[in-house]
Design a protein around this ligand. Structure first.
Ligand SMILES: [Zn+2]
Length: 325
């Protein structure tokens, strides 16, 4: 893997490479952006590039440094990750020791802290001490989805780089390169919400397409008010308790598609892009204000589930409300 294998984030990468080549790289950065979009990947590839002995436009991947880096076994590089829901204080102690010993083979020593918002306040204060007077060879990259969870004094010491969610086309390309067929890639890239991690989960989840088909079937029963079939369907969905949140998400996205189609008549904005014909038919049957109400019902059902209201009751209530709207 190398910098050229990173999906998206071209502008940030270009900026970082430029500062590296001009020898103007800062001591500390915050990479901020949603989870699963590739911030860590960029941090790792940039670190490898800096440490590479034969770097040209990209890391060489064959020098001793690159080989050690690829096995995360590089004496001048440290990656700190959360264990469970926190970054352990011992890791920060290791970091303090690590950063104060001069580099072994390079003129840089690099530490990347993933999910850095999971550091305790005391850990953050320790990091702050290093950021206040970093050794001249130090490069520290803090990765976070929520910069606001870091203490303000850390934020003000670092240069922030904002990472955007990936574009549908970028995810699509990633999926096709990973052997997903064209039709599925188009659908998954819409459902991934700019996140490679989510896209990978969808690839691995055989159940996803089946679940989506069931939700589509349900939408027909709800929108065309097929009362007799509703209770069979309810029974069917009650057995899918383990997928309760996925079901609500898929139903919400389906109704969102109907609403967007009614409002803008633009197929490009749809998630269920392979089901345009069905969506178009349904959208002619239900009025815009009713679609808005249905979306509110779905959202309130999700809130109820989060408050541990019984799943079967929530479902029955939701289906009846949508059918009677
Ligand atoms: Zn190399």
């Amino acid at each position: 893997m190398s910098i050229s294998s990173v999906i998206g984030h071209k502008k940030n990468i270009k900026f970082l490479l430029k500062t590296i080549r001009k020898d103007e790289i800062s001591h500390s950065y915050i990479f901020e952006g949603s989870s699963g979009i590739g911030k860590k990947k960029v941090a790792l590839e940039i670190s490898k590039y800096i440490l590479c002995k034969n770097a040209t436009d990209d890391s060489c991947n064959i020098c001793k440094s690159c080989v050690e880096f690829n096995t995360l076994n590089h004496s001048d590089f440290m990656l700190i990750e959360a264990e469970g829901n926190s970054i352990k204080n011992e890791k920060i102690e290791e970091f303090q020791e690590f950063i104060h010993i001069k580099p072994n083979e390079n003129d840089k020593k690099i530490v990347v802290i993933d999910n850095s918002e999971l550091m305790t306040i005391s850990a953050q204060n320790r990091i702050l001490k290093i950021l206040e007077e970093p050794p001249k060879y130090a490069l520290i990259i803090l990765i976070t989805a929520r910069k606001s969870s870091l203490v303000q004094t850390i934020v003000s010491r670092c240069q922030s780089i904002n990472f955007n969610n990936l574009l549908d086309e970028e995810i699509n390309e990633f999926l096709i390169n990973n052997g997903v067929d064209f039709e599925k890639s188009r659908i998954f890239s819409k459902f991934s919400n700019g996140s490679i991690v989510l896209a990978r989960k969808l690839i691995d989840n055989d159940n996803f397409m089946n679940l989506r088909d069931k939700v589509m079937e349900l939408s027909n029963i709800l929108i065309y008010k097929k009362k007799c079939e509703l209770f069979d369907m309810l029974k069917n969905f009650e057995d899918l308790k383990n997928n309760q949140y996925e079901i609500l998400n898929l139903l919400e996205i389906w109704f969102r598609d109907l609403l967007l189609l009614s409002l803008f008549d633009d197929e490009k904005v749809l998630f269920n892009i392979d089901k345009v014909d069905i969506l178009k038919k349904q959208s002619k049957t239900i009025e815009i204000n009713k679609l808005v109400q249905c979306l509110e019902f779905i959202s309130s059902s999700r809130n109820k589930l989060e408050k541990y209201v019984n799943y079967a009751l929530v479902l029955e209530d939701l289906f009846l409300k949508i059918q009677e709207v």
